[in-house]
Write a protein that binds this ligand. Structure first.
Ligand code: NAD
Length: 541
């Protein structure tokens, strides 16, 4: 910026539309859904601004209607992966030198395209590809992605304005350079917003990106890429490739110019990537930034003084929205015995009332899980719970994949706090409850802290301030996002920066300034106005 200290629009969270019966937004999404369902789409690779069709394709179908083919996506081989890297590197100098206000304008424009002309389309794509109901699609694909784009622009300007002290004789300037090389963004299936944000946040800070979306999110990934292009992201700045994830990742991590990874997904995959980076460390020109937000086994702990209706609602929403396929979904629940009967009664009533089916019918609360692999895994845990003596299924337990991958919302009650579904991330609509004696509050806090390798989200419910305080401090390392008298899911960009520690990730807090710092490498420039000409200091006489 050479000619003004420009102020960006103050970032505000995008209002969530309610999609009430008869509303225009509901009609628009219904029409987009129908049109996209009845057409077939072809998703190319995007390399250097061009659509690349390799002919090596896989089909895309709806998880809730898996026999229906939505279209195909093209896959990259090793050569094209290398081409994506080379293209990004060729675009780097020009993009890194582009004034920040131009980068800001591109991503603010992308936000407005989503808020307006693309809203119905990106929501419908997320309903079709990932089986989100309309509300879940709206808060993810539209609102959260818009928020990421708007807030990150504001955070960028806040970072740039952080400058060191200077004296009258010397001016100290901190320049927030992009990383020297390219950034690799690897994104999960479960949030269209994360898929868009991981490449966009690094690119906003002046980096060039190779982006590998999840094979289970290709339809909405295409819409995101089309929006980036229309918003004016220059050729080569964000290159989208998909294919064999292990091959692509191995090729990317072998590049000496690999400068950072922006990953969200499971812990096992991230651990593997970290190991490969370690093996290659002496080949890189610069130490790569490693940012990974990974798995969770998120908890709710409720004291005897908590309100049973509030606790039951938090479990129903926090555990089952988007079929429990949120990294923040409540899946291990610790309930005080005196509130348990009332929580149980409401929870069973609530879960019984959930409607399950295609997201096209907007009265459905629950839809399908993402893949057959996920379905089979969940079904096996449910079958095991039916056999185990220390577990009882109090509602749900059914499943059917004849049309879509439908798993009934299931609640297991266990007498063993280390029961397998209390410790393993299942990533589905299965919640496990352990009931503790009222007198064991302190021990149960320790149990919650020690049970899981993860530390992503957690929640405490109580009307007793001392009990709350004990949980807040006793569980300080058990969750990166901790909720008091609220469900542990539903973080909002700019309000609840998101990320966990332990096996849940590097905690670089997506949706905050902290994340953007990882995509810059500051350069300190000291300029002295009257430069000394004699080495002798006064003390030398
Ligand atoms: P996943 O780990 O299966 O896939 C994530 C990405 O990694 C995808 O792009 C995938 O293609 C790629 N991948 C898979 N195998 C790979 C390999 N061998 N080498 C390199 N890349 C590989 O995760 P998912 O099923 O898409 O998403 C669910 C997981 O993501 C859950 O564990 C969830 O908790 C986590 N998640 C975490 C957060 C967070 O903020 N902490 C947010 C969303 C999801």
């Amino acid at each position: 910026m050479g000619k003004g200290f420009f102020k960006v629009p103050v970032a505000k969270n995008e209002p969530v539309k309610d999609y009430a019966v008869g509303s225009p937004e509901r009609a628009a999404v219904a029409a987009a859904y129908k049109e996209m369902y009845n057409a077939t789409v072809e998703v190319p690779l995007y390399i250097n601004g061009k659509d690349v069709k390799t002919g090596d394709t896989d089909t895309m179908s709806c998880p809730h209607d898996h026999k229906h083919i939505l279209g195909t996506y093209h896959k990259a081989d090793k050569k094209l992966t290398q081409e994506a890297i080379d293209t990004a590197l060729a675009a780097r100098d020009k993009w890194a030198a582009t004034p920040w206000e131009q980068r800001a304008a591109i991503f603010l424009r992308a936000a407005e395209l989503i808020a307006g002309p693309y809203r119905a389309k990106i929501n419908a794509a997320t309903m079709l590809a990932q089986s989100k109901n309309i509300f879940q699609a709206e808060i993810d694909a539209s609102c959260e992605l818009i928020d990421f784009l708007r807030f990150n622009v504001q955070f960028m300007t806040e970072i740039y304005s952080e400058q060191p002290e200077s004296t009258s004789g010397a001016w100290n300037r901190l320049e927030y350079r992009p990383l020297e090389g390219f950034v690799y963004a690897v994104t999960p299936f479960n949030f269209t917003a994360i898929a868009g944000n991981l490449p966009a946040s690094a690119a906003l800070m002046g980096n060039v990106v190779v982006w590998k979306p999840s094979a289970s999110q290709m339809y909405s990934a295409k819409v995101v890429m089309d929006i980036f292009r229309e918003a004016g992201v220059p050729d080569g700045v964000i290159n989208m490739i998909v294919g064999d994830p292990a091959m692509i990742t191995e090729t990317v991590l072998a590049s000496p110019d690999f400068a950072g990874i922006h990953f969200t997904g499971s812990t096992g995959v991230f651990n593997g990537i970290w190991g490969q980076i370690g093996t290659n460390i002496s080949n890189y020109k610069t130490y790569p930034r490693i940012v990974g937000e990974t798995g969770g086994k998120d908890f709710i702990i409720a004291h005897k003084t908590s309100n049973p209706a509030q606790v039951a609602t938090a479990i129903a929403r926090g555990g089952f929205e988007f079929q429990g396929q949120k990294c923040s979904a409540a899946s291990r629940i610790y309930l005080s015995e005196s509130i348990w009967p009332a929580v149980k009664e409401q929870l069973i009533t609530d879960v019984k009332s959930f409607k399950m089916g295609s997201p096209e019918d907007m009265s459905n609360f629950i839809t399908a899980v993402i893949t057959e692999g996920s379905f089979d895994k969940l079904a096996s845990y449910i079958d095991q719970a039916k056999k185990d003596e220390n577990a009882e299924i109090i509602i749900g337990g059914g499943y059917d994949k004849s049309e879509g991958y439908f798993i009934e919302p299931t609640i297991i009650v266990t007498t063993d706090p280390n029961y397998t579904t209390m410790t393993t991330e299942l990533f589905g609509p299965v919640v496990t409850i352990y009931v503790f004696e009222d007198k064991d509050w302190t021990e149960t806090i320790k149990l919650v802290d020690n049970t899981s390798e993860y530390a992503l989200t957690g929640a405490v419910f109580s009307e007793d301030r001392y009990a709350l305080e004990e949980a807040i401090s006793g569980l300080q390392n058990a969750a990166g996002n901790f909720y008091v008298n609220d469900k542990p899911s539903g973080a909002v960009v700019g309000q609840q920066p998101f990320g966990g520690a332990r096996a849940s990730g590097t905690n670089d807090k997506a949706g905050s300034k902290l994340n953007l710092y990882r995509w810059v490498s500051p350069r300190m420039i000291k300029e002295t106005f009257v430069t000394p000409t004699n080495y002798r200091y006064p003390f030398l006489g």
